[in-house]
Write a protein that binds this ligand. Structure first.
Ligand code: SPV
Ligand code: MG
Length: 561
């Protein structure tokens, strides 16, 4: 029996494997997209979560849009966010994804020297490429008085491109030169002249931008340019153009440059306005993702796995399921308008005492299965699952409902009742052991129990000093044991490790095929079946220190418990 906290051993080789990836480098991925013979797509993202959503949607690359990143920071697309602030955002985006990011590097945030530093920093942070445009710092978004915007000196801009290419240490890092000649109203020949100069200076591709509602400028450019180098477009303004046109023209990449930002603004405005008017969450709840989806996108499951791997398993990785669906008719008037778990014990509901015990040993995650008068069972910080058939079904149906809702988060489970109090050391003991199934048995209560159908147990060894040092296994829980075989009484606590959870689910599902079990099945039925199926149920002995609230007099006992 292991009663101390255990740190699972970690094989160093496994840790290394976790970091390895079979995918090509992000720089190589981006270069492959750029040189692909078919039209490829990048979609804008502006923070970690939008980048992750873009990748999950299937996009093979992301545009780190200057417009969107500055907008999500609440500033203008005029280099108001410093380049290091942009770098920080794009680093979060890169960390959150495995597809390459092409950063919209505006004008390079300065001269050739700034571009060199930018390229080095982007490489360090896992960004696959940068696009720089031939305007002047501080730039303005191309769709705001574009023709009023001066263009950079062509030779000076070529120097920036050369500097950027010289600075990269990874051969596949991509530098795209963005030609703003159409935006500034300088026409096709200037666009072509500049594109050729930038290509000669070492640019890996050309982004040709246009603010027209039709694709005429970019198509004219591509016709003249041919296949000298890959050409990238941003069809924000000429959005009505069929994508087939871009494909036929032979463009390399189309960038959907701001649609995710705009979509989130649409929803954010809608929901904010609705909540302002309605002062109630009811009508918006179903229109927005559940919090669980946010957790998923944040990678909470991965974190839970890591906790299992790296943290001592001393109660942090446990979820308790409390069965609390029945009324507790034996308590008469006390449970007329509330279930037993909510009866008052010195000014506090019984359930709240149980929750406090759990919190005091570091168990925060508690799921309560409600039934009778469920609306009254509403303590904060708990997860609730309902068995609305509590009147016609037994506690195994409640358990099954509860388990259906549990997150797959790698936690062990403690299954207990919403009407049983324990001293906290008992929960601590249970948290510290690492077997598939463990039950707590009270060896001090034999025939003197008040229970109507007592959960007597037979075990492989009765409680003794010897039992403390050895594994003790449960053999059976039943009210019908001969005196000499009784080793104690089951307290209602069962711990199930991660490894045991599927076995427990399978056994429970099999049992629930029987209508009789559905109607009357109790936890001992399940535990006995696990044993008869060959699973080992470990026993931890205690002597007292728990109280099953079964009768009115127990309410008074609880006061001094
Ligand atoms: C961006 O997304 O920031 C761009 C494209 O640079 S545009 O807004 O069209 O200039
Ligand atoms: Mg931009």
């Amino acid at each position: 029996m292991k009663t101390t906290a255990q740190l699972k051993t970690t094989e160093p080789r496994k840790a290394t494997q976790l970091r390895k990836t079979t995918q090509p480098k992000k720089t190589t991925q981006l270069r492959t997209l750029l040189n692909s013979k078919q039209l490829e797509f990048l979609i804008e993202a502006h923070d970690g979560i939008s980048a992750k959503i873009a990748e999950e949607a299937g996009f093979q690359g992301i545009w780190g849009s200057g417009l969107s990143i500055s907008a999500q920071l609440g500033v203008r697309d005029n280099n108001e966010a410093s380049w290091t602030q942009v770098l920080e955002v794009v680093e979060f985006m890169s960390d959150a994804t495995s597809v390459p990011i092409l950063l919209d590097g505006d004008t390079g945030y300065g001269n050739f020297n700034n571009v060199q530093r930018l390229v080095k920093k982007l490489e360090q942070r896992g960004v696959a490429g940068v696009c720089i445009e031939d305007k002047l710092f501080p730039k303005t978004n191309s769709f705001i008085k574009g023709t009023a915007q001066p263009l950079a000196d062509m030779d000076e801009f070529c120097g920036k491109i050369k500097a950027g290419k010289d600075a990269q240490s990874d051969d596949d890092f991509v530098l795209i030169a963005r030609v703003e000649a159409f935006i500034a109203g300088w026409g096709l020949s200037q666009a072509l002249r500049r594109a050729q100069a930038y290509y000669d200076a070492g640019a890996d591709g050309i982004l040709i931008h246009s603010a027209l509602r039709v694709p005429d400028e970019v198509l004219a450019f591509k016709r003249e340019w041919g296949d000298r180098a890959p050409v990238v477009i941003v069809p924000t303004k000429y959005y009505a153009t069929p994508t087939e046109v871009f494909r036929d023209a032979g463009f390399s990449i189309a960038i959907w440059a701001n649609q995710l930002l705009r979509a989130s603004v649409t929803m954010t405005q809608k929901v904010a306005q609705q909540l302002m008017v309605e002062q109630n969450l009811l009508n918006v709840e179903d229109k927005i993702v559940p919090v669980a989806e946010i957790f998923r996108l944040q990678g909470v499951a991965e974190h839970a796995e890591a906790e299992q791997r790296y943290l001592p398993q001393n109660g942090g990785g446990i979820r308790t399921v409390l069965l609390a669906a029945s009324r507790g008719i034996e308590l008469g008037q006390f449970t007329k308008d509330k279930p037993k778990c909510m009866v008052n014990l010195q000014g506090q509901p019984l359930l709240s005492r149980i929750v406090e015990e759990h919190h005091s040993v570091g168990i925060q995650d508690i799921t309560v299965v409600r039934g009778y008068k469920k609306e009254v069972v509403n303590l904060p910080g708990l997860d609730f699952v309902d068995n609305d058939d509590y009147d016609t079904t037994g506690e195994l149906v409640s358990l099954s409902r509860g388990l259906q809702e549990l997150p797959q988060d790698g936690q062990d489970w403690i299954i207990g009742y919403g009407d049983v109090l324990f001293k906290k050391y008992i929960l601590q003991m249970l948290s510290g052991v690492d077997h598939d199934f463990v039950v707590i048995i009270d060896s001090s209560q034999h025939r003197q129990t008040q229970q109507i159908r007592p959960d007597y147990v037979a075990c492989s060894l009765p409680d003794s000093t010897q039992a403390f040092y050895q594994h003790v296994y449960l053999q059976q829980i039943t009210p019908d044991l001969p005196d000499q075989e009784i080793c104690g009484i089951w307290t209602g606590l069962l711990k199930v490790s991660q490894q045991g959870q599927q076995k427990l689910r399978d056994t429970l599902n099999t049992l629930l095929q029987s209508e009789q079990v559905r109607q009357q099945g109790r936890m001992p039925t399940l535990i006995n079946r696990l044993i008869s199926d060959g699973h080992r149920v470990h026993v931890l002995y205690i002597k007292g220190h728990w109280l099953d609230i079964d009768q009115v007099e127990d309410l008074f006992k609880a006061g001094s418990f």
